[in-house]
Write a protein of this length. Structure first.
Ligand SMILES: [Mn+2]
Length: 303
């Protein structure tokens, strides 16, 4: 029962993006957030919808059974935005790039927003992260410890710069508006377009290097391999998901959603993946250059 004299906490404003393929992941991440929220956490979700079906939207609504939340969908015009980005980003789900344009379509009344990738599980309350003092930084994020030195050098970052992951970010929208951050990011897109591999993440890091960003502890963006029981709050199942440790944690939350499971748990999905892997290994016999094998791997296996 709510007590009228208690001040109601302002909601944690969360921005996520999904298309229909990612929708079971989105639902899984949301289920974990709702399940593990503190009793007095209010939650408000802003979802950039890159082609979810009515059925998907219905399933997201149904998550309110776990804990109530506010929900708004946005359909930003990516075609207009994407002409600034590389042509050959077809290997990436287009929807991830919406995070660069977040300030354009979210309500102007928001001064900050917590961006979360869909391929995560949240094991505790997000209140502490949400209340982090951003000071004058345009973003707060945790390190991406896996990023190769050669790539960081290619986009002009010095060896001692801490390259962050854009999968979880507390975004200072007020600062983005004041400093026209989006325009500057798009300039950087054009400037480093031949070196970009991780579209929005590379661009954000180059901008952060030239200005500043607030470094978050790894517990807010932790690879399942580095999971520390009792400390890790956000598990991020990035990239090569199928052989990730701690997949049962992800599957446990997937089972709490109306989807019941993730596509990668399906039998035929696993058969197709095994066949693709087999083809890849066979074709590698004919590719003497490591670079060619890498290209093929990107197209064939990393899905
Ligand atoms: Mn991710």
């Amino acid at each position: 029962m709510s007590d009228a004299s208690q001040p109601v906490k302002a909601p944690i404003e969360i921005f996520m993006a999904s298309d229909s393929n990612y929708s079971p992941f989105l639902a899984t991440a949301m289920a974990s957030i709702l399940k593990n929220a503190a009793p007095d956490d209010a939650l408000s979700f802003h979802i950039a919808d890159g082609g979810m079906t009515d059925d998907d939207l219905q399933k997201i609504e149904e998550l309110k059974k776990i804990k109530d939340f506010k929900l708004a969908f946005y359909r930003p015009d990516l075609q207009e935005y994407l002409k600034y980005l590389r042509d050959d980003i077809s290997n990436f789900p287009v929807i991830v790039n919406t995070r660069l344009f977040v300030e354009k379509f979210l309500p102007k009344t928001l001064d900050k927003v917590l961006y979360l990738d869909a391929d995560i599980v949240v094991l505790g309350s997000l209140a502490e992260l949400w209340e982090t003092d951003l000071d004058d930084n345009f973003v707060a994020a945790a390190l991406d410890p896996k990023m190769r030195l050669s790539h960081r050098r290619a986009i002009g970052l010095p060896d001692d710069y801490g390259y962050f992951s854009s999968g979880i970010m507390l975004i200072n929208l007020k600062k983005w508006r004041e400093d026209s951050v989006l325009e500057k990011l798009l300039d950087i897109c054009l400037e480093i377009k031949d070196q970009i591999e991780f579209p929005d993440q590379d661009v954000l890091n180059v901008y952060a290097y030239r200005t500043s960003y607030l470094l978050l502890p790894n517990r807010w963006n932790c690879h399942p391999r580095d999971f520390v029981e009792g400390d890790t709050i956000i598990l991020h199942y990035m990239g090569n998901r199928h052989r990730c440790p701690n997949l049962p944690v992800l599957y446990e939350y997937a089972s709490m959603t109306p989807y019941g499971r993730l596509p990668m748990q399906g039998f035929w999905y696993r058969v197709r993946r095994a066949m693709r892997r087999g083809c890849f290994v066979f074709l590698c016999l004919f590719l003497p250059k490591k670079q060619w094998r890498k290209q093929l791997r990107k197209r064939f296996v990393l899905r």
